[in-house]
Design a protein around this ligand. Sequence first.
Ligand SMILES: Cc1ncc(COP(=O)(O)O)c(C=O)c1O
Length: 365
Amino acid sequence: MHATTKLIHTIPVDALTGSVSVPIYQTSTFVQEAPGINKGYDYARTNNPTRAVVESVIAELENGSTGIAFASGMAAIDAVVKLLKSGDEIIAVDDIYGGAFRLFTHIYQKFGITVNYVDSSDAENVFNAISPKTKLIWIETPTNPTLKISDIAAIAKIAKARNCLLCVDNTFASPALQKPISLGADIVVHSATKYLGGHSDLIAGLVVTKEEQLGEKIKFIQNASGAIHSPFDSWLLIRGIETLSLRVKQHCANAQAVAEFLEQHHAVKNVYYPGLKKHRNHIIAKKQSTGFGGIVSFSLKEDTSESAKHLVTSTGLFKLAESLGGIKSLLCHPASMTHKSIPEEKRRAAGVADSLIRLSVGLKI
Ligand SMILES: Cc1ncc(COP(=O)(O)O)c(C=O)c1O
């Protein structure tokens, strides 16, 4: 069955009423026949039928066992880190999303969880960085914003051999292009705010686990910490997911055209897009995903924040805004926006130049 057909039929018709659209169960609690005897729902922080559909759909899409929906991508990331304890270490991709860096550094460091940042686009760097304390390997592929590609299958092998969990932030690729669990990852996280939602109208986060037991642990954290996804936003997210494959296909085609155009431009220094043959890990991207995504970054020959800021405030179709993955084209200047929480030196070392501009190529053709 074609992936889009399968996806649409994964989203259930309401068993009670036949409603084709998943109903929004806007309730905080559920009537019980006797204490503990209910229809599978007791309190809406613990479970909600609208959210349950999002959770089962994302588990199916990512070829995992369990999906867990959160109020934001950061809440999803936070729940995964809560699997760890003081003294544990994370190995994370150096070009990590700024919000994840902030969470790791300014929240978890003081609880004794340390993070070792490496360039995971060479799997050997991950292998060399593992210590007995390493419990979690954290990669984004492609990364935000320099579109670095890491070899998921190779890093999964390293993680397995050293008894570490591998978590892949699959926000940029989305399950329409890449399924990390099928490549050996233990956990997938999403900022579903981006391609899964797809219309820049919600904030959402998702975790998918390969194993049910690990899923139960994340579900426990979701209920204990309470950063749940609301019924209305779950409904919006389901609606977004329904058109995921079609949208992502068009995002990819448009981004490829934009990247090839920028490659030829006299004012552009470097173009970062995994669909370009000269991208360092183009072959790996081709092997592990069915497309290269809708994000293109580029730096300017005049490599200053000022020239980048001038450009991002002068465009017509591309609107200056944080976020990405929606139908409208957006652009941003990571050094002063999404990645400003990363110290300058660290940011530059991870390849985020002062003039780097990130494009989220929308659906306009
Ligand atoms: C790769 C990646 N992961 C996680 C997040 C955090 O998600 P949210 O903004 O939904 O909390 C973002 C946000 O931009 C992101 O780009």
